[in-house]
Structures are given as C-alpha cells and as structure tokens.
Design a protein around this ligand. Structure first.
Ligand code: PPE
Length: 306
C-alpha cells in the first residue's frame, strides 16, 4: 500500500514526508496512548471535499476527552482547517486522512497528565479497503473467538489507539482462517461490530443495527441511517444475535475506510442469495453518490477543501 505524500501536518507545520518521524521513546508508541480518526476526501463537482470533516474532528476531540486529555491546545475550527491544508498541500482528490493526537514528552508513569498532546495529520491515496470485487460480490466473515470491549474496560466511544489491539487480534485470526473480516460479539454475546466497521442486517424489508452502547458511533453508520430512512426503510436499533445474521436476507458493514460492503457468507453459511443483496446495493449506490457530492440533499456532508 503506497502511503506516500508530500507533507504530513505536525503540530502546526507541514513537514516533508521523509522528515515526519518520531522518537522511539514516544509513550504513544509503547502504550497506544493516542486517539485517532479515519476520514476520507473525495473528488466532487466543487473539487476535493472531506466527508463529514467537522463531525470527525468533533469525535477526535471527544476521543481525547474520553482518554483523559484535559486541555487541547487547538480549537475544532483550527483542526478542521489543518485537515484541509494537509489535503490541499498534497494535491490529492480522493484520499484517506488520518489525524492522531498522541501522548508525547512524558507519560511513562502511565498518567496522561505526565505528558502533553501532540497532533499530526497524514493523508494518502487509499482505494477500496476490502477490494474492488467486494462491492458486488460481498465478503466472507466469521464470528471472532475474541470478544469486543466491555465499555467499562476499554472506552468504546473513543478511537483510542490501544483499543485496536482487539481489532488486530480478531482480524489477524479471521484472515489466517481464510475470511476477509471478523464480526465481534459484545460481552453479553450479542453482535457488536467488526474490527473497523459497524454492521446492519436487512430482514423483511427492514434494517436492524445494534445500539451504540457497546460500539463506536460510526459516522458512516449515521449516514447510512439517514440514507435508508430517506429511501423509505424503517431502521431499528436492537440487540442482534449471531443466528439472526445466519437467517438475515442481507448483512452489510460500513465504515469510512470500508465504505459500505455486503457480507456474502458468515461462518460458512451463505447469507441470502450469497452475494451483495438488493437493499445493500441500493444503499451502497446512494452512499457512493453522496460522498462524491452528487446528491443535493447530502451536499452539506462534503466539506470542500478549496
Ligand atoms: N467501528 C470501529 C471499531 C471502527 O474502527 C470504525 C472506523 C467504525 C466502526 C466505523 O466508523 P466510521 O468510520 O465513523 O463510520 N474505522 C476506521 C479505521 C479503520 C482502519 O483500518 O484503520 C475507518 O474506517 O477509517
């Protein structure tokens, strides 16, 4: 995967890509003491635009608050601008944008207050995360042997870097078993989310999704919720059991990196007719138009880089 770019924004400066390095003794590297976002910029009729940028920056700040950073030396507006500056300086149209607030200069006593927050923002050209073929065919997943975080052990509303050890465990196991994605159950045994995506079930023409209590409040989840309702579907938040996935008409997952992808098989059981379903394709198509600024009612989601 080519992650090169011209510049990475670091604490207020656009630093040439090769020079954007950190010291080995940065506590964030040793303890995952950092919070991040996953954001995408798309080419739109008004030029490159970052999808729901302000909401992503607000969630980044929320993650920092959840992790325990008490004061950040930047405002939301400044960080929104920094993202646009980064994409513009790199000349990208379609790209992934990755801000990280990391604990720097201290914090070796496992105390957030022992260090200070630094912020860096990288971007790179990243195509379809789960593969082009996945759009029509769907992907194969399994229920992971690993459980998703209990919300009082790891904070599930925050994209804390250390949380993602759980995703690494699950995804590596699933890929080694020959699947493309892992579905994690919550500590009560109900469906939570995937390693980097939220999940929806389609049954009898209605959509179902787990409540946000044990999972990340996905911004794609929220966009899909709106799109599905606007298309006339009822969307119901309720606990979903593993076997409800097996008997679903369709199952799809969604996230910034993965966008919207159907699951064709779960635990060796074919879902629906074994390919990306009709409702999934319908929602996927509107989502793909919306992120590229082609749906008037969702245009405000696309924050033009300028
Ligand atoms: N759950 C988790 C655990 C998660 O990491 C993501 C995003 C989502 C749900 C969907 O959230 P949203 O992007 O706001 O719709 N995962 C990000 C990181 C993926 C990665 O491989 O790194 C992403 O999609 O950018």
């Amino acid at each position: 995967m080519g992650m090169e770019s011209k510049f990475i924004w670091m604490n207020g400066e656009l630093v040439p890509f090769e020079k954007a390095t950190l010291h080995f003794l940065t506590p964030a590297l040793h303890y995952g003491a950092a919070v991040f976002e996953g954001i995408r910029s798309y080419d739109t009729p008004k030029g490159p635009a970052i999808f729901r940028l302000t909401e992503h920056v607000e969630r980044l700040f929320d993650s920092a608050r959840v992790f325990g950073f008490r004061e950040l030396p930047w405002t939301v507006d400044e960080v929104v601008k920094a993202h646009k500056d980064t994409v513009r300086a790199n000349g990208f149209k379609d790209c992934y944008v990755r801000p990280l607030i990391y604990l720097d200069g201290g914090g070796w006593n496992l105390n957030v207050d022992g260090g200070k927050p630094s912020l860096a923002i990288a971007s790179w050209e990243w195509g379809n995360y789960l593969g082009e073929e996945a759009l029509a065919k769907g992907i194969r997943a399994n229920i992971s042997s690993f459980t998703r975080h209990h919300p009082n052990v790891m904070m599930t509303k925050a994209k804390i870097s250390g949380n993602y050890a759980n995703s690494f465990l699950a995804k590596s196991e699933s890929v080694r078993l020959g699947f493309e994605e892992a579905i994690l159950l919550d500590p009560q045994g109900y469906i939570a989310e995937c390693t980097g995506e939220n999940l929806f079930v389609v049954r009898g023409g209605k959509l179902f999704t787990p409540s946000t209590a044990p999972v990340l409040e996905g911004i794609t989840r929220s966009s899909i919720y709106t799109i599905a309702k606007d298309l006339g579907y009822e969307v119901i938040e309720q606990p979903i059991s593993r076997d409800q996935l097996y008997i679903a008409d369709e199952v799809f997952v969604c996230g910034t990196a993965a966008e919207c992808i159907g699951l064709c098989e779960i635990d060796f059981r074919k879902i629906g007719d074994g390919k990306s379903g009709k409702v999934t394709r319908e929602i996927q198509n509107v989502y793909h138009e919306a992120i590229r600024g082609k749906v008037a009612k969702y245009e405000s989601w696309c924050e033009v880089v300028g």
